[in-house]
Design a protein around this ligand. Structure first.
Ligand code: SF4
Ligand code: ZN
Length: 708
């Protein structure tokens, strides 16, 4: 037997022994009926569930799983068999980690690590992964001989937007090396035990269940999905023992190449397990092995510029300058103008720069010209200012239009960051991402209070108002084209969103205007026009042209889809939806639940459980993912009677959409303060109590035709 397979089998046997013992111990202590589960997931112990279809709920379910583990370890010489043994190690790690949760309510309390990654987080990663905003996922484990090596690699991944999970002592090494951590910063410490590797394995596996419509028990389908669609890879630092090698074999079985920093000599497996002893080459080699290409954005500014800094928070004490609409007039405005009114790449600052520190007013005015530019694209570009400013390390941006807050840190200021750099960022990003429609671009910043106030009153506000009027007049009836969006097909191969003026993409990130701009920017891209033709049923919003286009875009997987129905051929869901709507039979209505809500709903299911009913590009009558803004749309499940069917929403969501939803209810049904009739978790989650509340309020759903 080769040294490699020897190590793999050795590791697997060791883990099986450990797992078997730990399961027996736990059963002895807590009893076979004691519950075992990871927090906030609808997929039980995800690896076991996906690979075998077994729904582990109690400790008593585990001995059978240990037997399955054993059957995976054949001790045969072939690499394929050895990789299966690696999967057994992954299952063992999952069980050992799950036992921590069974025996301790909060096992990661004392850890520099988050342990389990909840389902909603995985769903929220869908869009950044499909857009390439997160180009890949790195798993970094072990303990570097020279801490600087791992710190440099992780910082490099961070600057490239790669999502990095840390396991083992590399966590402490990165903390000491000043790596900024957190999910928003794309560096996530999982835990110190090597078994914590399971928490990234289950992310990949749940991606297959959530987005890929994988059938539990389809091990082959699972391995194909993770290999082809999850762009992950592994780096190990320091000496590796048989358990690490065996876990690494599990990663390879999932299709994730492993790069180790010790010399494996002839034990290397090209493309799957390779050595790289030159630490300055680790990142490059890993990206090449996984086929990840990074679009480099070299920005002429004195601080780092990367999507990974989008979530950076700058506290008052660290702040050098603030532009805030609470203290001063502010606005951000992109306008399209004739060619002779733009001087390309001109950046001007009128008024004091940020040198003085403290509070300042700010008008950010961007003029663009392009032969293919349309006024409708102004707001599409303008909304990206938020992300681009945030990409600068040491800059925090929130809000848009006239309501914004920008903070610049002392650190960034000391490195020399000034407003003209903000201008460089805008210029370079606009010319990069909108090059098809923008030929020339000029940026001017105004910081004098009175001058900004004047721009705000005389130019910005009238422009925003005119745009709002245009948006309000944009209805499904007023246009002759809808758009597809199939961005999410890289994870959900048979999913297609149909985007209309009154129904945005279910991720909440793609409006009809965005789709229209995307079509202009990348003519053969994910957003293709659908001529609004062949309406066969106005009630459900059924168009033959939509059917044909969806059938084509999903390679025949979906051939009939309606725009306005939850029950009859509803739109498919990929998995990254902001909200889910589901039938609540007892009250003859629907519940709408947002991804952030962790509690129970009157359907007896949490968001995660409701969400697991649909996804992967499959139509599930009665369940449908959608964007937040769709809730107040006049087209929201119009076929079933519209918003009048909404009987329950989490309070936060209800408050967030109240103003618009109440306006729609007033317009459509002449109901005042409709949201007062909608139940939430602070009132009740129990079906009977919900019904009582609805009856007391005279909720319209109770009187409507049966929903199903
Ligand atoms: Fe994915 Fe639909 Fe959003 Fe496009 S609109 S990114 S397909 S969820
Ligand atoms: Zn999606």
């Amino acid at each position: 037997m080769s040294v490699l397979t020897d190590l793999i089998y050795g590791g697997s046997h060791a883990v099986i022994g450990l797992t078997e013992g730990a399961v027996q111990d736990a059963i002895g202590k807590l009893g076979a009926d004691a519950k075992v589960a990871f927090p906030d997931t609808a997929y039980f112990l995800p690896t076991i569930y996906a690979a075998t279809g077994v729904k582990v709920k109690t400790l008593g379910d585990l001995p059978a799983c240990v037997d399955v583990m054993k059957s995976l370890v054949t001790d045969k010489e072939e690499l394929g068999d050895a990789l299966n043994a690696g999967l057994a190690t992954a299952v063992g790690a999952e069980i050992l980690e799950a036992l921590k949760f069974a025996q301790n309510e909060d096992p990661y309390k004392e850890e520099t690590g988050i342990g389990f990654v909840p389902d909603p987080v995985i769903r929220s990663l869908g869009v950044p992964l499909v857009t390439g905003d997160i180009p890949g996922v790195a798993v970094v484990l072990g303990k570097a001989e020279n801490p600087e090596d791992v710190v440099n690699a992780v910082k490099d991944y961070q600057s490239k937007g790669i999502l990095t999970f840390l396991i083992g002592e590399v966590i402490d090494q990165c903390v000491a090396g000043g790596v900024k951590m957190g999910l928003e910063l794309r560096v996530v410490p999982l835990g110190h035990d090597v078994t914590a590797v399971t928490h990234v394995v289950t992310v990949a596996i749940r991606a297959a269940l959530i987005f890929g419509a994988l059938q539990p028990g389809d091990l082959k389908g699972l391995l194909t999905y993770t290999k082809e669609r999850v762009p992950a890879f592994v780096n190990t630092y320091g000496a590796i023992d048989q358990v690490v090698v065996s876990a690494g074999a599990g990663a390879i079985a999932l299709g994730f190449p492993v790069v180790v920093d010790i010399d494996l000599g002839e034990n290397q497996v090209p493309g799957a397990l390779e050595s790289e002893t030159d630490h300055s080459m680790t990142v490059k080699k890993s990206l090449e092995l996984r086929g990840i290409k990074i679009k480099v954005k070299e920005m002429p500014i004195p601080v780092a510029f990367a999507a990974a800094f989008e979530g950076e928070i700058i506290r008052k004490n660290d702040m050098h300058t603030e532009f805030s609409s609470h203290a001063n007039p502010t606005c951000e405005l992109v306008t399209s103008v004739p060619a002779d009114q733009v001087e390309d790449h001109k950046i001007t600052v009128v008024g004091p720069d940020i040198d003085a520190g403290g509070e300042l007013a700010l008008a950010t005015c961007v003029k663009v010209y392009g032969a293919k530019m349309q006024p409708d694209f102004e707001s599409v570009i303008e909304r990206k200012i938020h992300a681009w400013f945030n990409y600068m390390e040491g800059v925090m941006h929130t809000g848009q239009r006239n309501l914004i807050r920008i903070r610049v840190s002392h650190d960034a200021f000391e490195k020399g960051l000034r407003l003209n750099h903000f201008g460089e960022v805008l210029y370079n990003m606009i010319m990069d991402e909108f090059d098809t429609v923008v030929d020339k671009c000029e940026v001017t910043f105004y910081t004098e209070h009175d001058q900004v106030q004047k721009i705000l009153d005389e130019v910005a506000m009238p422009t925003y108002n005119a745009r709002d009027d245009r948006l309000a007049s944009l209805t499904d009836e007023s246009v002759d084209t809808f758009y597809t969006c199939i961005l999410c097909q890289s994870f959900a191969p048979s999913h297609c969103c149909v985007v209309t003026p009154e129904r945005l993409g279910l991720c909440g990130a793609v409006s009809w205007l965005d789709a229209k701009a995307t079509k202009e920017l990348t003519p053969t891209g994910p957003c293709q026009p659908i001529p609004k033709e062949g309406c066969t049923d106005e009630r459900t919003g059924h168009y033959t042209a939509v059917d044909e286009m969806v059938e084509k875009m999903t390679q025949g997987a979906v051939s009939q889809v309606t725009l306005y129905s939850l029950i009859e051929d509803p739109m498919t869901s990929c998995g990254c939806f902001e909200c889910i709507c589901g039938v609540e039979p007892a009250s003859n209505g629907v519940v709408v639940v947002n991804r952030e809500y962790k509690g129970m709903t009157p359907t007896g299911m949490s968001f995660g459980e409701l969400a697991s009913m649909t996804g992967g590009g499959v139509q599930t009558p009665g369940f449908m993912g959608h964007g937040r803004h769709f809730i107040s749309s006049k087209k929201f499940i119009a076929a079933e009677g519209g918003i009048k069917r909404i009987v329950w929403m989490p309070k936060e969501l209800k408050d967030d959409v109240a103003e618009k939803l109440n306006k729609t209810a007033k317009e459509l049904y002449d109901i005042d303060n409709f949201t007062d009739m909608i139940c939430d978790e602070t009132i009740a989650t129990d079906t009977e109590q919900v019904l009582e509340f609805l009856t007391e309020k005279g909720h319209p759903a109770l009187e409507m035709d049966p929903i199903m």
